[in-house]
Ligand binder design. Structure first.
Ligand code: ADP
Ligand code: F6P
Length: 470
């Protein structure tokens, strides 16, 4: 593969920021890819003149590279079988559950692992082709953990960073992974490894110490060849001011008021926004809400919940199962408690434009963010950026966001009784308390936005101990 252009900054992520949609008449359109990685990295790359390597979201030949919003998008092809083995298999059937506390069992297949290696190599080759001499390659997330070492072999001159958008598990869980050492050595091809929380970086360093023949001192790993890789926490964030600005536009404010009217002007509007993933704790949240309606602690005529559940990884059995459970529970709650013409729970299983998401955040009095495990959870930060001082947030202790947004009403979503109490406490919290909490959280999210995150990461990468060979 020869490429005319090279770039000083190259991002490699499983997905491009846009997904290709081929219609029945053969025409092709592109739509925004789902998930927090794209939300964050799109803002980072805007105006930076970099390249983004990723999959187009469909099996088969990759489209030609193209430009979009100042970015050069370089599609990497995946065959139908690789989508099954690398993406749905090893990435989302082995690694995703293992890295999220095995909420569902992790499955290991040697065929999946082989495909993961093949695809990681393809990404490394693509990056090697389009990165300028001495340039920087920023590898993203758990789908590309073997890529850093593969790229280093091909291009020892480039600086390589890796950021994990999801948790890194304790070594006791990580050890279950077959050929776990190869994955760690793959990561150690990077000069700097970034994690959402310090405990994630510590878990990684502990795994290196325990499972590899390396020396670990502080946050540095020294490899047998003398190279050093550094691992530290750099918590990701959102484009806070852009989102806050969007939320104050008359269109978004009017739409927020309209959403409330459409729901019959509830006294309290609660909101959940998640990819439909078993890690997000949607079932636990609905269980708590159902019981609160059943006990009369919440009145279904005046307290409404909107639950946005974005379609995700729909061919995987675990995702089909959680969808079935969530939809059954929503049906049961509405069947049991909704007044005629105004359902207690509005369930939305689709994607929305940014403006509509912002309007929902503005409209909601209480945000419910209750994952069982989540690397960060950008939705929590988005609510804080969009909503006024009178908001309140119930936030799971098992999110990266909980370490930064300590003024939220923190909860253990497994403890349904306490979760119910916390929801009630958030709903009933007095205005002065709400204002104090929201202001502190907004300051945190305003100061630590995604641009600052990218600057911190890139500065740490540039300063990482090992200088590339010139
Ligand atoms: P994850 O990366 O696991 O999906 P995050 O909470 O970190 O979780 O990020 C989710 C991102 O996707 C947020 O920016 C959120 O606003 C966006 N999002 C979630 N659901 C929808 C939806 N239905 N339509 C549009 N954007 C959505
Ligand atoms: O970090 C979470 C993540 O897996 C990202 O890699 C991705 O942007 C998002 O969730 C959505 O998942 P998928 O790309 O599998 O649809």
């Amino acid at each position: 593969m020869s490429e005319d252009r090279t770039f000083d900054l190259v991002i490699a992520a499983n997905r491009l920021p846009v997904d290709r949609e081929t219609h029945d008449d053969g025409s092709v359109t592109w739509r925004r890819s789902p998930g927090g990685l794209v939300t964050a990295m799109e803002s980072v790359m805007r105006g930076r003149e970099g390249a983004w390597i990723g999959w187009s979201g469909n099996p088969g030949d990759a489209p030609e590279p193209f430009h979009q919003d100042d970015m050069y998008l370089h599609p990497v092809p995946l065959t139908e079988r690789e989508v099954g083995d690398y993406y749905e298999g090893f990435s989302n059937g082995s690694l995703w559950p293992l890295y999220h506390d095995v909420i569902v069992p992790a499955t290991f297949k040697r065929r999946w692992r082989a495909a993961y290696e093949t695809v990681n190599r393809r990404f490394a080759e693509a990056a090697a082709t389009i990165t300028a001499t001495g340039g920087t390659v920023w590898v993203q997330d758990y789908q590309l953990q073997e890529m850093p070492a593969m790229l280093r072999e091909l291009r020892p001159d480039v600086r390589i960073g890796w950021f994990n958008h999801i948790p890194f598990p304790p070594v006791e869980l990580f050890m279950q992974l077959p050929r776990r050492e190869d994955l760690l050595l793959g990561l150690l091809g990077a000069d700097f490894l970034g994690f959402q929380r310090k405990p994630d970086a510590d878990n990684f360093l502990r795994a290196c110490r325990q499972l590899l023949d390396v020396s670990v001192e502080g946050d540095e790993v020294r490899l047998p060849d003398g190279r050093i890789a550094r691992a530290a926490a750099v918590p990701i964030s959102i484009d806070t001011s852009a989102l806050a600005e969007l939320a104050t536009t008359p269109q978004v404010q009017e739409r927020a008021a309209e959403i409330r009217r459409q729901l019959g002007d509830p006294e309290h509007l609660l909101l959940g926004v998640d990819r439909l993933d078993y890690t997000k704790g949607i079932r636990h949240r609905l269980k708590a809400m159902g019981e609160l309606y059943a006990e009369g602690a919440l009145d279904p005529r005046t307290v409404k919940l909107i639950q946005v559940a974005t379609p995700s990884r729909e061919r995987l059995a675990a995702y089909q199962q959680i969808r079935g459970e969530v939809e059954r529970t929503v049906g049961q709650i509405n069947g049991d408690y909704s007044p005629i013409g105004a359902t207690a729970v509005t369930y939305l299983h689709r994607s929305f434009p940014r403006e509509e998401m912002a309007a929902m955040f503005v409209a909601a009095d209480v945000m419910l963010v209750t994952p069982l495990r989540d690397g960060m959870n950008l939705v929590a930060k988005e609510y804080v950026a969009c909503h006024g001082d009178d908001g309140a947030m119930v936030l799971s202790e098992f999110t990266g966001a909980a370490l930064e947004l300590e003024q939220a009403h923190l909860c253990n979503p497994h403890d349904i009784a306490r979760l119910k109490d916390t929801i009630i406490r958030a709903i009933e919290s007095p205005i002065a308390d709400r204002e104090r909490r929201m202001r502190t959280m907004r300051r945190q999210v305003m100061t630590n936005d995604v641009q600052r995150w990218a600057e911190l990461f890139l500065a740490a990468l540039a300063a990482a101990p090992e200088r590339p060979a010139q």
